[in-house]
Unconditional design. Structure first.
Length: 487
């Protein structure tokens, strides 16, 4: 992690605190303002130490920076912000108290409450650090101003967060629809948690995952919004400079630090942190074209990969192609399941476009995560689309999505059956193998006879018409593979 630490900001001692009227006393507030310039090539994170004395009730921070014009093809200024408390800034982030990226220009923290993206709790004495993240810096540099205000007085009573339960009523062993990548006002989303929960129910979803950028403040923001019909799982979108990944279904309150690059060789440790919290590691939109979004850490330790993110785009096409190459290379013992999520932030982005449909033992955190990890799932653009894929041998043994059909004779016939409901009338179904597409037809019912020697796996895609020239069109639905192996 590359970092720069600035000169500390100092406040009056306890005896010299000003009152609201400007005299000395135990109540009141003080503000200090720091200005500076960051040059192109500055460290990833710039720390502004703040010496917090005793008797502080609330700490508030505001900031601004310039946005000069830049030549075409040149990145302008973008500056993120967050804060760590007196426990320090060292990885893995024990002192973390909040992050809002570039979404907010100010925030405040006290024992009773905190700005979304930040964690409420006592403002204890010691050295706090405002952290600035110069995401991109213009050639002429970035001028910034940070104001820190301390409000003195007796601390309020801390509020214990209310976390979602691990289980909803469900329908027993069944197919459950979910969206595992969502944002609210607790990071850079515009929807409130209540609006996201309502959108999830309207989309026919059974579960969602709260995945705010680099903060856990959303974990406790769903009180009264879960129910028998909706399971809410905790998580985080860990937004590093070398790609993003979803920590899915972690223990409530689990924070995963993001302040590292691939060159720092820290990723494996944070993968273990997610797994110790019973969560899944899911690289998100691995071929997203934006700065810092492309996945650079490799897939060792990952539990699945997000190949479809929001409305279908060319980078999703590349993600599916890369995932398919990984299937062939990894084989049935080490393959990574595919997931699809909306990454919805605001209207008119659609919660549940796409969604991952899992075959789980029940509607609970352990069962949903087990189904995602096993790849017993398919991806669909909406709850209107249902897909069933299976492979059956001559003796009647059957395997479904994410499972393996073991045959004694690699040349023995295997019948693959695909059934699709709710697809557009002009959609085409494709049966894909490690050799590519070997069977296609209208998106309704499709049957194909193959062998384990011909197809290592079979998976299905349902697509709209392409632009011509034989290119595939936008995805309607796709499945994880059914594996065919000889004993």
């Amino acid at each position: 992690m590359s970092a720069l630490t600035l000169a500390p900001v100092e406040f009056a001692s306890a005896a010299g605190r000003p009152t609201e009227e400007g005299g000395n006393g135990v109540d009141g507030k003080e503000t200090r303002t720091v200005r500076g310039t960051l040059s192109a090539g500055v460290a990833d994170y710039v720390y502004l130490p703040v010496d917090v004395p005793r008797g502080v009730r609330e700490i508030a921070v505001s900031y601004s920076y310039d946005r000069p014009a830049v030549p075409d093809g040149t990145r302008g200024n973008a500056l993120d912000i967050g804060i760590f408390d007196e426990r320090g800034t060292d990885l893995p982030g024990r002192g973390f108290r909040g992050w809002s990226g570039g979404f907010r220009s100010e925030f405040a923290i006290s024992a009773e409450r905190a700005t979304p993206g930040y964690l409420a709790g006592p403002v204890r004495p010691g050295t706090w650090h405002v952290v600035l993240g110069p995401y991109t810096v213009a050639p002429q540099g970035l001028d910034y101003e940070v104001s820190v205000t301390l409000r003195y007085g007796a601390p309020g009573e801390a509020v214990r967060p209310s976390y979602p339960p691990e289980r909803a009523k469900g329908r027993g062993r069944a197919w459950y629809r979910g969206d595992g990548h969502l944002h609210t006002v607790h990071s850079d989303g515009r929807r409130t948690p209540a609006e996201v929960a309502a959108a999830a129910r309207a989309a026919g979803l059974d579960f969602i995952v709260t995945t705010e950028h680099n903060t856990t403040s959303g974990h406790g923001a769903w009180a009264g919004l879960w129910g028998d019909d909706l399971l809410i799982l905790c998580g985080e979108e860990v937004t590093t400079r070398n790609g993003h990944y979803l920590a899915v279904g972690t223990d409530p309150g689990t924070f995963v630090d993001w302040r590292y690059r691939a060159r720092d060789h820290a990723h494996d440790g944070f993968v273990r942190r997610v797994h110790r919290a019973d969560g899944l590691v899911v690289p998100a939109h691995p071929h997203c074209p934006f700065v810092g979004c492309q996945w650079r850490f490799g897939f060792e330790g990952a539990d699945a990969v997000e190949v479809w993110n929001g409305p279908w785009t060319p980078d999703d096409e590349v993600s599916v192609a890369d995932w398919d190459l990984e299937l062939a290379a990894r084989g049935h013992r080490n393959w990574l399941p595919a997931v699809g999520n909306s990454d919805a932030h605001r209207e008119p982005q659609v919660v549940g476009l796409p969604q991952t449909v899992v075959h789980a033992d029940d509607l609970s955190r352990p069962a949903v995560l087990a189904a995602l990890r096993a790849g017993r799932s398919y991806l669909a653009e909406s709850a209107a689309v249902t897909v069933r894929l299976s492979a059956t041998d001559a003796r009647g043994r059957r395997a479904g999505i994410g499972d393996r059909l073991r045959v004694r004779d690699p040349e023995a016939p295997v019948t693959v059956r695909l059934d699709v409901e709710g697809a557009p009338g002009d959609a085409t179904a494709r049966l894909m193998t490690d050799q590519g597409e070997l069977r296609s037809g209208p998106a309704a019912a499709l049957e194909w006879t193959t062998t384990a020697s011909l197809a290592t796996y079979v998976r299905a895609e349902v697509r709209r018409p392409g632009p011509g020239g034989g290119l595939p069109g936008p995805m309607v639905a796709m499945t994880n593979p059914v594996w065919l192996t000889a004993d």
